[in-house]
Design a protein around this ligand. Sequence first.
Ligand code: ADP
Ligand code: ADP
Length: 230
Amino acid sequence: ELILETVDLEYSYPDGTSALRKVNLQVQKGEKLAILGSNGAGKSTLFMHFNGIYRPDSGFIKYQGQDISYKKKALTELRKKVGIVFQDPDSQLFSASVWQDISFGPLNLGLSEEVVTQRVKQALLDTETTDIEDKPTHLLSYGQKKRVSIAGVLAMEPEIIIFDEPTAGMDPRHAQEFMQLLEKLSDEGKTIILSTHDVDLAYSWSNRLAIMYRGEIIAHGLPGELFSRT
Ligand code: ADP
Ligand code: ADP
């Protein structure tokens, strides 16, 4: 079942840099999609379209079959459906304490205090951060910040979660722990998109893979197809 789709999506930055060129990508509900590409390939720019922060110059974005590319209200709705965990957790944490930070999003959605509390507790459990719920965010270690930034996205209960270069700079043990968390989210039925320049990670984790190069999707398919060694 198709959940998100781009059709001939094009985007240039105000300085003229062409970042996306006729990007056609389909995201299936519940899948593990890896987007592989080197720095500057256009992965982050694509993600900013996936949750409605950027508007395309041309082409379309469809969510569950509906064209929403140029509809302001629908783009705002998209922000609730698609959560992005950015590479740098410091760009995502801005409240004084862990609990406040995780509850910020759900409170903003206008949910009742009871529901917000429930969601924050669940997000703390999922990211194994219950023990630091009262800690000031500025005192967290890098790994803890990363977890809390993920918890903040989980508490919004998005349909699709995007992880931008999640394991960049992590040592193997932390990277493995992180991948276990991703497995758990997949098992719960979440649709997960992950960007990486790590070929091994993309190949072993994903059930579908897109390769981006200079603003274009140059290959798209099953990992086994794209990397067949015959
Ligand atoms: P990736 O996430 O794959 O590293 P990006 O989407 O960040 O790639 O970048 C795609 C292209 O857009 C690159 O050429 C990059 O230099 C350019 N770019 C990114 N952000 C900006 C910006 N704010 N202004 C101008 N060009 C940008
Ligand atoms: P924890 O407190 O959860 O053990 P750490 O803060 O020690 O976490 O680091 C978690 C992981 O993040 C480690 O793999 C470490 O190499 C990596 N890391 C730490 N600081 C940075 C940073 N500034 N940028 C990218 N990765 C980092």
